[in-house]
Design a binder for this molecule. Structure first.
Ligand code: FES
Ligand SMILES: [Fe+2]
Length: 344
């Protein structure tokens, strides 16, 4: 069988269109600005007095000072260096040494921002957002609670980390699942979203599978909803308690992986509900951590090169093909640096 060559999958610095996590919401306080590097591009995030988070290009269009050094004023940000001020749309609204702003618009690039799941998300796209932040299919339309799990770095591309959760073979070798209880069935939802669900049945031929079969009517629950090659929702656990988590990945400036897990459960009311929610979220974090730890050493050293795909890699191949059809954004392209002669 031939190896698989790709133009998007596992290509460092190729950025696919979609929503990207930026920072936990609580880390950007009202009236404060913060620097953040998203996949090699420097940005500033600030939260105005209206509590809305704003993301702008980091460097001031006057002389390039980093705006995170500046000060938030009402719902705008003022550069530390010569005190030019910019609004949430990135437009310059004040230059203290000029009585009137130049007629030519001076502005900074800004992005669509949404806060969801206790996280600030940014739309990185060729055009405006084509859809809302992805939702967990298991709890779609239901009230739910979420909590941030762990943040991690892996020494490989995010697409390679994504592949791990649909790599059937390694669940038996690395995570010691018995027999052939995983058979991932892919389903393409749309251009951005692909789902995998397990159809493998438990064969009651070992002690562990006999024990597991008490908790599952049908196949062992394991479903994934993958977006853009860097976001993945996972649902797992016995029939009486489905656990849900998301791994939100993005490239580091070196093209490796920076990730954050987010755990979810449906909202339960009252004090007992609150305690149950907290306990289930805690359990989900533990489950997620177990699977993340098992693969750590592989991600430290792997040079992913899919030279010999076999039938058992079917889900991985499907994912790669889906990803190869996604839109690539010119994320690292430089913004124009022309001199505004009117200002000189
Ligand atoms: S560099 Fe920002 S105002 Fe001059
Ligand atoms: Fe794994």
């Amino acid at each position: 069988m031939q190896g698989i060559e790709t133009k998007i999958f596992n290509q460092p610095f190729k950025v696919t269109e979609g929503w990207y996590w930026l920072l936990p919401s609580k880390s950007v306080k009202r009236g404060k600005a913060q620097a953040v590097n998203l996949m090699g591009r420097e940005l500033v995030v600030y939260r105005g007095q209206n509590d809305i988070a704003v993301v702008l290009s980091a460097y001031c269009p006057h002389m390039g000072a980093h705006l995170a050094e500046g000060k938030v004023e009402s719902n705008q940000i003022r550069c530390f260096f010569h005190n030019w001020r910019f609004d949430a749309k990135g437009n310059c609204t004040d230059i203290p040494c000029l009585s009137k702003l130049p007629s030519k618009n001076i502005s900074l690039k800004t992005w669509h921002v949404v806060e969801r799941y206790q996280m600030i998300w940014l739309w990185v796209g060729v055009s405006s957002p084509t859809h809302d932040i992805p939702e967990l299919p298991e709890l779609a339309g239901q009230k739910m609670v979420s909590a941030l799990g762990n943040r991690f770095i892996k020494q490989c591309h995010p697409n390679v980390v994504m592949v791990n959760a649909i790599d059937e073979q390694h669940f038996h070798t690395v995570h010691k699942l018995p027999g052939s209880i995983l058979k991932m069935e892919p389903e393409m939802i749309d251009q951005y979203n692909i789902r995998f669900s397990n159809s493998g049945r438990l064969q009651k031929n070992t002690r562990i599978s006999r024990l597991l079969s008490r908790f599952y009517q049908g196949p062992l629950t394991y479903t994934l909803s993958y977006w853009y090659g860097h976001l993945g929702f996972v649902t797992f656990g016995p029939d009486f308690l489905r656990l849900n988590l998301m791994f939100a990945l993005r490239q580091t400036r070196e093209g490796k992986t920076e990730g954050q897990t987010i755990v979810f459960t449906r909202h339960r009311k009252g004090i007992m509900g609150y305690l149950a929610n907290a306990f289930i979220l805690f359990l989900t974090k533990l489950g997620g951590r177990y699977f993340a730890i098992g693969d750590t050493r592989v991600f430290q050293t792997i040079q992913f090169d899919f030279k010999t795909p076999i039938t058992a890699d079917r889900a991985v191949i499907f994912f790669i093909k889906h990803l190869e059809q996604q839109r690539v954004v010119n994320w690292h392209g430089r913004e124009s640096k022309k001199i505004e002669s009117e200002v000189v």
